[in-house]
Design a protein around this ligand. Structure first.
Ligand SMILES: CNc1ncnc2c1ncn2[C@@H]1O[C@H](COP(=O)(O)O)[C@@H](O)[C@H]1O
Length: 439
């Protein structure tokens, strides 16, 4: 009953059996999947049947299941988050949470034993490795600690090279709740449980990210890796992105509206001539002396400083200082010195190329990206910046990891039209960005 539909289904159906077999043969890592957004619909239906009748929640649960069954249309991303209270009502006991986790892991790591009717390919596991993420909730039946151990008990039934857990902190959380989540995550990590990282998630229009900094620093200091949802919507401010990038997360989720300025300031990409910046910016890569360059202000301040120095140090007569060639030479000298300063600044920042977790269907269906052609993946591909292809929430977005990879291979307009070698490289980048490897 788990159906795939929408952009990824269209892309998958356009591929030949041999192209699908190629995608299936790639070792793939799913690095951005939210547990409660990835539960197979049939599991939710059965969990709803098991629930004792309650006039408070029955209607909401039935309504949400119906919406999910018929396929969501979202006008904007904020329509997405109200789905979760009904799903949470179904996963709030230890047994329901175990069942949901088990079914999510099976969907990613085991081949389906009931191939979809009319399917042109033999099912194989969706991925070789998954880092499942979830927000520990305290309910009437679970503490945050038991929530996480319940999920971990299921994850640890798989080998360490197959499955691991990322603990999500919701940006709507209070300071005390966030502190408790991180405390429990560290305690479990210290106890040798398979927690590998922390994530900052939740409605991108809510909360103040700066309040979480100390908690994420504690996690990092304890040895956990960090990923954050960043610039997922146009409303996420530059100030917020700057704060989050200041934490130097190991990976970034979405980064849809991350500005060209911050990419230049924080990432050690070497921009390729003729490539466009993300955030729907279509300016070609330009030099620091151009006012449109992200480091123009830094360059210009250095230029003025050097110009003044060169003039002060000059032994030329007053008369020759008035000549065009004097102006020309000093300008050239100051420009060269300022460029050196900018280059040194970039070097000083060190190599920072955090993998971007790309969720194509999620972005298209939430309306944060208009089309594949306008998707920020194009910038990262052109600039050789690490990315990983992920599903985000397979349940509402009605996708699979294979479907997301089909979006890479399918010919435009259904897909990006990448070749086999490019797709193979992207799959490898995902595997390389695992938090779990080697730990
Ligand atoms: C669409 N893009 C997204 N952006 C931000 N946060 C998202 C998300 N998709 C899901 N979540 C976060 O994950 C929770 C559900 O899984 P868990 O209860 O943690 O397992 C949601 O409540 C939301 O906070």
């Amino acid at each position: 009953m788990s159906t795939i539909s929408g952009p990824s289904a269209a892309a998958l159906h356009s591929l030949s059996p041999s192209e699908i077999r190629f995608l299936q043969s790639l070792p793939k890592a799913e690095l951005h999947a939210h547990l409660n957004g990835s539960i197979p619909l049939q599991t939710l239906v059965e969990l709803a049947q098991d629930l004792p009748p309650s006039t408070d929640t029955d209607n909401e649960i039935a309504g949400t299941i119906e919406r999910l069954r018929s396929g969501l249309t979202l006008d904007e991303i904020s329509d997405f988050f109200p789905l979760f209270p009904a799903i949470y009502a179904l996963t709030s006991t230890p047994s329901a949470l175990s069942r949901a986790t088990r079914d999510v892991l099976d969907a990613f790591l085991k081949p389906r034993n009931d191939p979809l009717p009319g399917s042109i390919y033999t099912p194989t596991p969706e991925c070789a490795y998954i880092e499942l993420r979830t927000t520990p909730r305290a309910t009437a039946h679970l503490s945050r600690y038991t929530y996480l151990t319940t999920v971990l008990d299921e994850i640890e039934k798989f080998r360490p090279d197959q499955a691991a857990l990322i603990v999500s902190i919701d940006r709507r959380m209070s300071d005390a709740d966030a502190a408790e989540c991180v405390h429990v995550a560290i305690a479990l990590w210290d106890a040798g449980r398979r927690v590998v990282g922390l994530d900052l998630c939740g409605d991108p229009r809510r909360g103040d990210v700066s309040t979480f900094e100390k908690h994420f620093r504690r996690g990092k200091d304890a040895g956990l890796s960090v990923t954050v949802h960043i610039a997922e919507t146009r409303e996420n401010t530059a100030v917020e992105s700057r704060i989050l990038l200041g934490w130097h997360p190991d990976r970034l989720g979405h980064a849809t509206f991350l500005s060209r300025e911050y990419i230049a300031l924080f990432f050690t990409d070497v921009p390729q001539p003729g490539t466009c910046g993300p955030s729907n910016s279509n300016t070609n890569i330009i030099q620091p002396w151009d006012p449109r360059h992200p480091l123009h202000h830094t360059f210009f301040a250095a230029y003025r400083k050097h110009l003044e120095r060169i003039r002060n140090e000059s032994t030329e007569s007053e008369e020759s200082r008035q000549t065009l060639s004097f102006h020309f030479d000093t300008d050239k000298g100051a420009r060269r010195a300022a460029l050196k300063d900018v280059e040194a600044l970039m070097k000083e920042r060190g190599v920072y190329k955090p993998c971007i977790e790309i969720c194509l269907s999620s972005n298209l269906l939430c309306g944060t990206v208009r089309s594949l052609e306008a998707h920020h993946i194009q910038y990262y591909l052109a600039n050789n910046h690490p990315i990983s292809i992920c599903t985000d929430d397979t349940l509402p977005f009605r996708t699979t990891l294979l479907g997301e990879y089909a979006l890479l291979l399918a010919k435009p307009p259904l897909g990006l039209g990448l070749n086999h070698e490019q797709v193979r490289r992207i799959a490898q980048m995902g595997m390389d960005a695992r938090f779990g490897k080697g730990k």
